[in-house]
Design a protein around this ligand. Structure first.
Ligand code: MG
Ligand code: MG
Length: 235
């Protein structure tokens, strides 16, 4: 999983430096697939439940599961969430980042900063003796003062031989502490935070998930291993 995580890290770096004005999300998908395959790994998302691409590219009001498309050309002022999965020798890694394209408003830059901070605060709570709920609470407590919408329908998860495993990790505390964290567990923490309201819009049998009020949304994700003394970020 460490190796999968390392391949993912270099894929992400490559995509972040390629995500420029005028580039299509389809271009980014090809860059990702070619690089991942060159590392003797495979893109975890391709054909996952029928997903038709190697990465998810979600622009502005798209929260997650945006499908790369030659018609989606990045323009100045956009924010782009890139979600990447890598499988190496049967083990998965999963991570996401939201990047500003060209000149982005201060309001959006703040949203990105706070969402990433909430991920890091969640990670700080991921240690033996704590519970999943401690992670959820730290994420929520970081976001709340800003009045942003925390997406409730999607969240983090366990990971290993499967891309998504138990337990589910919500980005808000709903009153149950959940599973106890133990060394050896590997989990993904992934806050999705909207500039406006938390309500989502999705259609049955369609991948794309958007905010209902069409306000932009940020998404940051890391895969981490719980260790004896705390955790290690693998992506
Ligand atoms: Mg994930
Ligand atoms: Mg992901």
């Amino acid at each position: 999983m460490k190796i999968a995580g390392n391949i993912l890290k270099s894929t992400r770096d490559l995509l972040v430096s390629s995500a420029k004005i005028g580039v299509s999300t389809k271009d980014l998908d090809e860059i990702a697939r070619n690089y991942i395959l060159s590392q003797n790994a495979t893109p975890s998302f391709l054909n996952y439940d029928g997903f038709p691409a190697s990465i998810c590219t979600s622009i502005n009001e798209v929260i997650i599961h945006g499908i790369p498309n030659s018609k989606d050309i990045l323009k100045s002022g956009d924010i782009l969430s890139i979600d990447i999965g890598v499988c190496y020798k049967g083990y998965h890694a999963d991570s996401a980042i939201t990047v500003p394209i060209g000149k982005v408003s201060d309001e959006l830059l703040k949203l990105l900063e706070v969402t990433e901070k909430s991920l890091l605060e969640g990670i700080k709570q991921a240690k033996p003796g704590n519970y999943i709920g401690d992670i959820s609470k730290a994420v929520e407590d970081t976001i709340k003062p800003y009045g942003y919408g925390i997406i409730e329908e999607y969240g983090g998860h366990g990971i290993g031989k499967n891309l998504h495993e138990d337990p589910h990790i919500s980005n808000f505390y709903y009153g149950l502490r959940g599973a106890l964290l133990k060394p050896g567990m590997v989990i993904c923490i992934e806050p999705m935070v909207a500039l406006g309201k938390k309500e989502i819009f999705e259609k049955r049998n369609e991948w794309i998930v958007k905010t209902k009020d069409k306000k932009p949304c940020a998404h940051f994700e890391h895969m981490i291993a719980i260790t004896k003394d705390g955790n290690e970020i693998l992506t």
